[in-house]
Design a protein around this ligand. Structure first.
Ligand SMILES: [Zn+2]
Length: 283
C-alpha cells in the first residue's frame, strides 16, 4: 500500500490544501497542545479548520472567560518554540496502543473505526500527538498570529446522546495586521447587529416565547414596517413594476388572496404596547 493511501482522516474529512486553511488547522493542533499543557486531564476530540478560523473540542470542565488569555499565552509559547510537525505512519494496532496509553479515548474510538490491518498516520509536534491526515505547516513558528475567540458546548459526533464537550473557537492569520483587521471587522459587525441596535434604540426586541426572529415592534419602532411597506409599494407601482408584483396583481384581480398577506396584532405588556407584524407567504 502506498504511504499516502494509508493516511487516515481523524475526523470528517481532509484538511483543505490552501495555505490559510493549512495554517489554521495547524493552529488547532497548537490549541489542543496548549489546553493539554494547562489541563493535562483534558481529552482531545476533533479540531478542523473552518471558515474564518478553526475549533477544537475537548472533554474537560467548562472554560471561563479568563481562560481565553491563558490559552492564547500558551499557544504563543508553543509557536515561539518553533517545533516541527513530524508525520508518523504506523500499523493500526500501534496507533491504538499509543493513543490508549495517553488516555485519548476519542482518538481510540476513531482508530477503532478504521479497518484492521490498515496503517494510520498521526502528527507530532513536541510531546503532543494528534491522529490526523494533514497537511500542516512545517513548524509551529509558521503560524504567525492567533486568537482564541470563544467557547461553546458541543456533543461528541454532534449527537446530544453523547458526551458534552467544550469547544474552543479560534482563528489564525499570516500577520498580526490581518488578524487585527479581522477582529475589528467582527467588532464592527457586533456594533451594527440589528438585534443590538433594536434594543439600544428601543425600536424592537425578540422573545423566544413568541418565536425567534419574530420582531416585536416597540412604539418608537412601529413606523418601520409601515414605512417599509409604503416605500415598497411606491417603488413597484407604475412602469417600474416587477414580475413578482405583476403576479400579485393578477391574483388580486381574480379575487384570490394575494400571494403575500400580512397579519398585525397589538398586545400590551408591562404598561406599553407591542405591535407584532408577520409576513406569511402563500406561494
Ligand atoms: Zn492535523
Amino acid at each position: 500500500m502506498k504511504q499516502d493511501q494509508a493516511i487516515r482522516p481523524r475526523d470528517k474529512g481532509d484538511v483543505p490544501e490552501d495555505p490559510l486553511s493549512r495554517m489554521r488547522h495547524s493552529a488547532s493542533h497548537v490549541l489542543a497542545d496548549a489546553v493539554k499543557r494547562l489541563r493535562p486531564n483534558a481529552k482531545v476530540a476533533i479540531g478542523p479548520s473552518i471558515e474564518n478560523g478553526f475549533y477544537y473540542d475537548f472533554d474537560t470542565e467548562p472554560f471561563a472567560p479568563e481562560d481565553i488569555e491563558r490559552i492564547e499565552a500558551e499557544m504563543r509559547k508553543i509557536i515561539a518554540e518553533n517545533l516541527p510537525f513530524a508525520r508518523h505512519v504506523v500499523p493500526r494496532h500501534e496507533a491504538l496502543e499509543r493513543f490508549r496509553s495517553r488516555g485519548e479515548l476519542y482518538k481510540v474510538e476513531i482508530i477503532e473505526s478504521i479497518p484492521e490491518g490498515e496503517e494510520v498516520s498521526y502528527f507530532q509536534h513536541g510531546d503532543f500527538i494528534d491522529l490526523c491526515r494533514g497537511p500542516h505547516v512545517e513548524r509551529t513558528g509558521d503560524i504567525k498570529a492567533v486568537k482564541v475567540l470563544s467557547f461553546a458546548g458541543a456533543y461528541w459526533r454532534g449527537d446530544e446522546r453523547n458526551q458534552q464537550l467544550q469547544r474552543v473557537y479560534g482563528t489564525a492569520f499570516p500577520s498580526k495586521a490581518e488578524l487585527d483587521a479581522y477582529l475589528a471587522q467582527i467588532e464592527e459587525a457586533k456594533r451594527r447587529d440589528h438585534r443590538t441596535l433594536g434594543k439600544q434604540l428601543d425600536l424592537f426586541s425578540f422573545d423566544d416565547l413568541v418565536g425567534p426572529g419574530f420582531a416585536l415592534w416597540h412604539p418608537k419602532g412601529a413606523f418601520v414596517p409601515t414605512r417599509s411597506r409604503t416605500s415598497s409599494v411606491a417603488r413597484t407601482s407604475g412602469a417600474g413594476m416587477t414580475s413578482s408584483t405583476r403576479r400579485t396583481s393578477r391574483a388580486s384581480s381574480c379575487s384570490k388572496p394575494p400571494a403575500t398577506s400580512r397579519t398585525t396584532r397589538t398586545t400590551s405588556s408591562a404598561g406599553w404596547s407591542w405591535t407584532v407584524s408577520a409576513i406569511s407567504s402563500n406561494r
